[in-house]
Ligand binder design. Structure first.
Ligand SMILES: NC(=O)c1ccc[n+]([C@@H]2O[C@H](COP(=O)([O-])OP(=O)(O)OC[C@H]3O[C@@H](n4cnc5c(N)ncnc54)[C@H](O)[C@@H]3O)[C@@H](O)[C@H]2O)c1
Length: 267
């Protein structure tokens, strides 16, 4: 197993990509702190992990609330015997609107959860990681992994200007923090998924269909046509790459934003 004895935490792990990441990390032996704004959903992820023989615990945490984050980071550290080895900033939201119709609420909601949430969590966990010893059998103290998006590199994403801005921010923050935290032996990387089948995608299919005057099925077909490998991405496609970045196989990678999108965007 790649992550035996590691303590990993995942935000927004009550559904979709975050749940798949939590389950994949646990399957590789990590003890997983499952956090989500929806505590019941986080508990269900823990149940699924335990059912598969893994070790996990649930916390309610809103990534936009500094007080929540500081308290939960402290509690997770205690649970982890004083350390957090891997932190995955996955919690994210989206809404869709034509740029000319975008509201301040759309902007603030997306920026607050996606960009500010990643900032607040990264800062709290970096402060904790800086104080801990090296990960056993490693030259690193900790790893931070941000779930950005194809929309963090490709600005031409219809109806998503605000979301694009928030995800470009995540990629920028990944590079800036990777530089600043490298002397502390903390790596920071991002993963950029494409069109992933989750509840977020279900909502986007409905919104985009309405904005284009077509059906969700037709929009889904557009997503597939836009993907050279010819299918919708699964949460597990993303989770496997997060496991790689969390593992010793990726110890000398930092400041990267890795595309996992079936070829839908290449750079
Ligand atoms: N689905 C896609 O196609 C896709 C593509 C690229 C990137 N992403 C990114 O992947 C991540 C996960 O997306 P998903 O598709 O699994 O979404 P999802 O909506 O299916 O699940 C998101 C989870 O985050 C939680 N959450 C929302 N706001 C929160 C907050 N303030 N604090 C803590 N938790 C919160 C929700 O309760 C939910 O459990 C997001 O950052 C998203 O932007 C998704």
């Amino acid at each position: 197993m790649l992550l035996e004895e590691r303590l990993a935490a995942v935000t927004g792990a009550g559904a979709g990509i975050g749940r798949a990441i939590a389950r994949a990390l646990a399957a590789e032996g990590a003890h997983v702190a499952v956090t989500d704004i929806n505590e019941e959903a986080a508990r269900e992820t823990v149940r699924l992990i335990e059912e598969a023989g893994g070790i996990a615990r649930a916390w309610r945490m809103d990534v936009t609330q500094r007080s929540d984050i500081v308290q939960v980071v402290g509690a997770i550290r205690e649970w982890g015997g004083g350390r957090i080895d891997i932190w995955v900033n996955n919690a994210g939201v989206s809404t869709m609107n034509r740029f000319v119709d975008l509201t301040e609420e759309d902007w603030d909601f997306n920026m607050n959860v996606n960009a500010k949430g990643t900032f607040l969590c990264s800062q709290a966990v970096a402060r904790a990681m800086m104080q801990q010893d090296l990960i056993p059998d490693s030259e690193l103290r900790g790893k931070i992994i941000n779930i950005a998006s194809m929309a963090g590199k490709r600005g031409n994403a219809p109806f998503l200007a605000h979301y694009v801005a928030s995800k470009f921010a995540v990629v920028g923050l990944t590079q800036a923090t990777a530089g600043e935290l490298a002397p502390h032996k903390i790596t920071v990387n991002a993963v950029c998924p494409g069109y992933v089948a989750t509840s977020m995608q279900e909502r986007e299919l409905r919104w985009e269909a309405e904005l284009r005057g077509t059906t969700p099925e037709a929009v889904r077909e557009l997503y597939i046509q836009d993907t050279p490998l010819g299918r919708i991405e699964t949460p597990e496609d993303v989770a496997r790459v997060v496991v790689f970045l969390a593992s010793p196989l990726a110890d000398f990678i930092t400041g990267e934003a890795i595309n996992v999108n079936g070829g839908a965007w290449m750079d």
